[in-house]
Design a protein around this ligand. Structure first.
Ligand code: ATP
Ligand code: MG
Length: 264
């Protein structure tokens, strides 16, 4: 692997997402510096690094959520299956269906459980009628590991669920539009250990079906759920590789210091 700064994340082969020399700015302040990374389609990739190093900023650039942040500007190239997501003809609504996102704090819509999941399929015209929509809602909730808990209360508000159930509902909502990639920004940080374990199981189950990127501050979680890990520090991608290598035999001192808890 080429160790030249800016090439740390480049691996040969067919990636689901490839970024090249990505810089992200908030006004004059640069939050991401020259990040090039290839994200596998078959694996779960963890983004780790100290608070403020740019993990959320970089994650948001992958489905153009930064477009909605005042003053944010992205430079460089981000390819989804080889297609430039910042190209002028790109339909951003469509892009965000292809690259779904799950946030730190579960954010169900103030709508019924059913309507939370049906929302995306309705907007994108994915169902030809009620029966098909019902089927999408059921299969999405099933895949998110929530169906048996909610099947008799689909008309109740999504906000009435427990935190862990709400997060699974948000994952079901992301899955319902049949995405290609799911971005998760600290999806378990507001959850108790049992709900966290449930989400981790779910990530295992979804692996291979979707390319998944998870930001986490929990080293054990990164080690449990991911096959590839990227370590960020001060806006730079410092090291990227097999999760087992990053945690047992990191090449960079900054990675070692972080995973051994010396700072962060
Ligand atoms: N909307 C914004 N406007 C201006 N600066 C921002 C904005 N969002 C983030 N930043 C800055 O960009 C840098 C990276 O922030 P980011 O939220 O991406 O870090 P992070 O790695 O996700 O941190 P954490 O682990 O605490 O979530 C920080 O210096 C932060 O202050
Ligand atoms: Mg963050």
């Amino acid at each position: 692997m080429n160790k030249k700064d800016g090439n740390v994340g480049v691996t040969p082969g067919i990636a689901k997402i490839s970024t090249r020399n990505v810089n992200v700015y908030y006004g004059d302040k640069q939050a991401i510096n020259d990040v090039s990374i290839d994200v596998d389609r078959e694996n779960v990739t963890a983004f780790i690094g100290p608070s403020g190093c740019g993990k959320s900023t970089f994650l948001r650039s992958l489905n153009r959520m930064n477009d909605t942040v005042a003053g944010a500007r992205v430079e460089g190239q981000i390819l989804l299956d080889g297609e430039d997501i910042y190209a002028s003809g790109m339909d951003v609504v469509q892009l965000r269906a292809r690259v779904g996102m799950v946030f730190q704090k579960p954010n169900p819509f103030p709508k019924s459980i059913y309507d939370n999941v049906a929302y995306g399929p309705r907007i994108h015209g994915l169902a030809s009628g009620k029966a098909e929509l019902d089927q999408i809602v059921e299969s999405s909730l099933t895949r998110a590991g929530l169906w048996t808990e909610v099947k008799d209360r689909l008309s109740e508000s999504g906000t009435a669920l427990s935190g862990g159930q709400q997060q699974r509902l948000c994952i079901a909502r992301a899955i319902a539009v049949d995405p290609e990639v799911i971005l998760m920004d600290e999806p378990c940080s507001a959850l108790d250990p049992i709900a966290t374990a449930r989400i981790e199981e779910l990530i295992h189950d979804l692996r291979g079906k979707y390319a998944i990127i998870i930001v986490t501050h929990n080293m054990q979680q990164a080690a449990r759920v991911s096959q590839r890990t990227a370590f960020f520090h001060l806006g730079h991608l410092i090291e990227f590789g097999e999760t087992s290598d990053i945690f047992t035999n990191p090449r960079e001192d900054r990675t070692k210091d972080y995973i051994t808890g010396r700072y962060g």
